[in-house]
Design a protein around this ligand. Structure first.
Ligand SMILES: Nc1nc2c(ncn2[C@@H]2O[C@H](COP(=O)(O)OP(=O)(O)O)[C@@H](O)[C@H]2O)c(=O)[nH]1
Ligand SMILES: [Mg+2]
Length: 324
């Protein structure tokens, strides 16, 4: 049997083989032919793991926290995976830095599997790629998948939106840091972590966040707890993990949240696939090139061309798409 075939990879992954897991993740990320079939097989085996988003500015201590949280969870008997949407994340004390090839690999540190993903170039889009990897880790048997991402940029925000629980990491001395949080991240936080509590100003940051939360009457969500940690010494981590486990076991986000996520994922997947199909078909037989030439010579405008193309597609497929 071809040991690199999808079915063999899935089989070995399910048997606990880390190399197969790593290979599978890469091939799905690269959208190699058959990836969708593979995900169809993997999907029913997922759905148990909790996705925890960890977001905050660069240097806030997200990787150190993720490591610490993973350690605590492992000590509590849970299986943990980490996805770092930031290839510069120094997860094994810096040894990942400056080694691009190895960074693409999956790391196994004390049973915690760590996957770095580049922010650019994810074929299925960063958000979907992170979801796919999380599902594979879930099927592999992880109870928790931590996703670390810098809290800037639409893609990154989408990634944390897909999480079951979101930790927003702040640090003292950030200046307008808390202010900046208001844009987008604030409302998706389930727990605020004030890290680097060993530094002066931690108390002020906590107060800032608390008063900001008091001002925010719009949300019907329970007020997120604000916790202090010193990630590199582990101080505050047991309490953070206790809070996290508590929140995970209470279905506060409810069904609508899940439905919203499923809806977004469906639309996202469909969109990506459609774009792929359209591009492929339009590029076939030089049709796209012809259109480009027509626009260049100003014989046609892009709007009419898109309209024509669209109606061609719709009319051709109308009879084939079932109504239900
Ligand atoms: N003083 C202090 N330094 C910390 C703390 N947590 C992390 N660091 C340090 O802050 C730097 C950035 O941490 P890192 O986890 O890479 O941040 P990330 O960019 O958010 O992932 C590292 O040098 C850490 O050792 C903390 O609680 N206190
Ligand atoms: Mg990091």
């Amino acid at each position: 049997m071809n040991t690199n075939s999808w079915s063999s990879l899935i089989e070995r992954m399910l048997a606990g083989n880390v190399r197969a897991l790593s290979r599978l993740v890469s091939r799905v990320e690269n959208r190699e032919p058959g990836w969708m079939e593979a995900m169809k097989q993997i999907y029913p085996l997922s759905g148990k793991a909790r996705l925890i988003g960890i977001t905050g500015s660069p240097g806030a201590g997200k990787s150190t926290l993720a490591n610490g949280i993973a350690r605590e969870l492992v000590a509590g008997g849970f299986k943990v995976g980490i996805i770092a949407v930031d290839p510069s994340s120094p997860f094994s004390g810096g040894s990942l830095l400056g080694d691009r090839l190895r960074m693409k690999d999956l790391w196994n540190l004390d049973g915690v599997f760590i996957r770095s993903m580049a922010t650019r170039g994810a074929l299925g889009g960063l958000n979907q790629s992170a979801r796919d990897v999380a599902k594979i880790l879930d099927a592999f048997g992880k109870d928790f998948v931590l996703i670390e991402t810098v809290g800037v940029g639409q893609d990154e925000v989408e990634v944390v939106r897909a999480a079951d629980l979101v930790l927003v990491v702040c640090v003292p001395g950030q200046g307008d840091g808390v202010q900046a949080l208001k844009a987008g991240i604030m409302e998706i936080a389930d727990i605020f972590v004030v890290n680097k509590a060993d530094r002066p100003g931690a108390e002020e940051v906590c107060l800032d966040i608390e008063s900001m939360l008091d001002l925010d009457q719009s949300s019907d969500k329970p007020k997120p707890p604000v916790l202090r940690t010193t990630a590199h010494t582990g101080e505050g981590l047991p309490e953070l993990v206790r809070t996290l486990l508590d929140l995970c076991s209470s279905p506060a986000k409810g069904r609508d949240w899940r439905k919203m996520r499923i809806r977004e994922e469906l639309i996202g997947l469909l969109g990506k696939e459609l774009i792929g199909l359209i591009r492929e078909e339009w590029e076939k037989d030089g049709v796209l090139e012809k259109a480009v030439r027509q626009i260049e010579k100003r014989e046609k405008d892009p709007y009419s061309l898109v309209e024509e193309r669209l109606s061609l597609w719709l009319n051709r497929d109308r009879g084939r798409i079932p109504r239900s």
